[in-house]
Design a protein around this ligand. Structure first.
Ligand code: AGP
Length: 607
């Protein structure tokens, strides 16, 4: 949830580098920020509550001495967003500074033990036990690195850590368990970070740390060791193909709008994935006795849509499940004949990884779909596919959602082929249609951006929104709702239109905006009936329709038009676009920053 960064250079001050890197990690959490450097036998710290720009104005985060330092941008889990709870956290004698992403589950008992030994705590955080544990081990005469190692062995929970000390001022010690941590190998400099964009302008040479690994960084080298047996791990850097530019706004006011406009490219990339892995995944899906599609948030909505694709194209029943409910809802039914397709753009979502871990322990086969090379999901999957959407910085998923859909569509098509459920002509037709979807998305954005601004302006004072769809459009409705809620903070409900008579229609009163997603598919006729029911009770009808759908256009107060004809099973890819734009412009009209919605963060690495 938080972003950590560490930097060690041959010479010169690193504070400015750390400040800039934290800016590139701010989407991971932004309720407080801090930096620490070690210089002349002393640790220097600057930290405060608030966004990075605000704190920089107050404290000047570029002004700390020394060529070794660490930094942190926070998403509070333990201890309110206040200065004393901001990272870095220090030991009693201020010789050790620690930044942490994750949760130390047994911190309370460790804190009691350390307080009984005389340690004084300044914060309400779980993290602060770490520098005090190391300090206690130093008091027992352990060399610094052993003091860190013994401290880590006492921690339960998840962590990505970067540690500096006056005891060994030319080093940064970092360690990882469950939370992501990547090393950046520069010329005469080394970096560690929660995410690749943090050091991308400095180097594209990255080394992914695994769980239970410690790395000792010096300006010209790095050493990786396994926590339990101290075995040395030799791991060469990988070259990252993302350019720093890809992680910048490129003239757009927000990353979210840039990423909405990047969807045609992301979709084309997702159509160029390696056949080998898609076929392998299709084979596992075809052979499985039961298939669970497991994810959270937008990725779950992609799984829900995929369950319609697998059923309609391949006659394969699949069970889309929200990851945080997986174990409770279906855990006992998971066994060696089960296949889990876990979908996560970050590849680090704790709820999804916990479901995967549970299933793995029951001998199920794990397949993974993610956007991040080297993420945890890639390392716990039997087969995985990286969807190649490039870095997504905006907290609200857009390009990664539509790219997930087109990858899942290709998987469904391959399972259909394997099962002989589809003729070779139909396969060719569908492949042509998939190839054309990026162009349709391009045209949909061009046609609806202005419209989205106008409709957002018209309904900006609405107190609630309804989102309705039938069939696969239920997934589109849920995703449209999530986008609007998460960045414009307007309450919204989404449900299958067929459910409205069983309760939700009671919400309708004159002027309530009801957004209907209406591709021209088998559900078209029935959804017209649902529109009429709502209209009769005074709802303002906003519809997302196929180009030239006069019937629903007549019934609508406002509408978005999606150009061209699209098969029902692919319709969420184009029909969600106007809803992304609508949510974006609603947030902007309300004066909110769509990139950094309150209380949220890009990668949810705690359960
Ligand atoms: C979507 O806009 C949100 N950022 C959030 O719901 C997200 O989809 C969810 O946290 C899952 O993230 P993942 O795809 O990285 O696992």
């Amino acid at each position: 949830m938080c972003g950590i960064f560490g930097c060690i250079c041959k010479d010169g001050n690193v504070a400015k580098l750390i400040h800039e890197a934290l800016k590139r990690l701010e989407y991971r959490g932004y309720d407080s920020v801090g930096e620490a450097t070690v210089f002349g036998g002393k640790i220097y710290v600057k930290k405060e509550q608030g966004k990075i720009d605000e704190v920089h104005k107050l404290l000047n985060l570029d002004d700390l001495p020394g060529s070794v330092g660490i930094g942190h941008t926070r998403w509070a889990t333990h201890g309110a967003p206040r200065r004393e709870n901001a990272h870095p956290h220090l030991d009693c004698d201020e010789n050790i500074a620690v930044v942490h992403n994750g949760i130390i589950e047994n911190f309370a008992e460790l804190k009691v033990e350390l307080e009984e030994l005389g340690h004084v705590f300044k914060s309400k955080t779980d993290t602060e036990v770490i520098p005090h544990l190391i300090e206690e081990n130093l008091k027992h005469g352990l060399p610094f690195i052993d003091a860190v190692r013994e401290a880590l062995k006492r921690l339960e929970g998840s962590y990505a850590l970067a540690i500096i000390t006056t005891v060994e001022p030319d080093k940064i010690i970092c360690a990882r368990k469950e939370s992501p941590l990547i090393l950046g190998v520069g010329r005469d400099s080394m970096y560690c970070a929660s995410d690749i964009p943090a050091f991308l302008p400095l180097t594209n040479k990255a080394v992914i740390l695994d769980d239970y690994e410690i790395a000792i960084l010096q300006h010209d080298k790095y050493e990786i060791r396994r926590l339990e047996n101290w075995e040395q791990i030799l791991r060469e850097p990988e070259t990252i193909t993302w350019t720093p530019e890809m992680a910048k706004k490129q003239g757009y006011p927000h990353f979210m709008l840039k990423e909405i406009h990047e969807q045609p490219i992301a979709l084309r990339n997702a159509l160029r994935l390696q056949d080998l892995y898609l076929d392998l995944m299709a084979t596992f899906l075809d052979r499985a006795k039961n298939v669970f599609l497991v994810a959270c948030g937008s990725s779950y909505h992609a799984c829900l849509a995929a369950s319609y694709m697998f059923s309609k194209l391949a006659y394969l029943p699949t069970y889309p499940i929200i990851a945080s409910e997986f174990i409770e809802q279906t855990g006992m039914a998971v066994n060696i004949d089960s296949t889990i397709l876990a979908v996560s753009q970050s590849g680090e979502t704790a709820d999804t990884l916990a479901a995967v871990e549970y299933a793995r322990n029951r001998a199920a086969t794990i397949l993974g779909l993610t956007n991040v090379v080297g993420s945890t999901l890639t390392r716990v999957s039997r087969v995985y596919v990286v969807q190649q959407s490039g870095p997504e910085i905006g907290v609200a998923a857009t390009k990664t959602f539509t790219a997930q859909l087109i990858v899942l569509a290709q998987l469904a098509l391959r399972v259909a082929k394997l099962r002989g459920k589809i003729s070779s002509q139909e396969i060719k037709r569908i492949e042509r249609e998939l190839k054309n979807i990026p162009n349709m998305v391009e045209e949909t954005i061009r046609r609806n951006e202005e419209k989205a601004k106008q409709i957002a302006e018209k309904y900006k004072d609405s107190k609630v929104f309804l989102f309705l769809g039938r069939g696969i459009s239920v997934a589109t409705a849920l995703e449209g709702r999530l986008k609007l809620m998460e960045i414009s903070y307007v309450p919204a409900v989404a449900f299958p239109a067929g459910e409205s008579k069983h309760g939700p229609i009671s919400l309708v009163e004159p002027g309530i905006p009801a957004i209907f997603i209406c591709p021209r598919d088998e559900t078209h006729k029935t959804i017209i009936g649902n529109i009429m029911e709502m209209k009769a009770r005074g709802a303002s009808i906003i519809s997302v329709i196929e180009e030239g759908d006069e019937e629903i256009k007549q019934l609508s107060d406002d509408y978005f038009e999606v150009p061209g004809k699209i098969s029902e099973v692919f319709s969420p890819i184009t029909f969600v676009i106007p809803l992304q734009l609508f949510a974006y412009y609603m947030a902007v009209k309300k004066g909110y920053n769509p990139d950094m919605p309150r209380n949220l963060a890009k990668s949810v690495t705690v359960k």
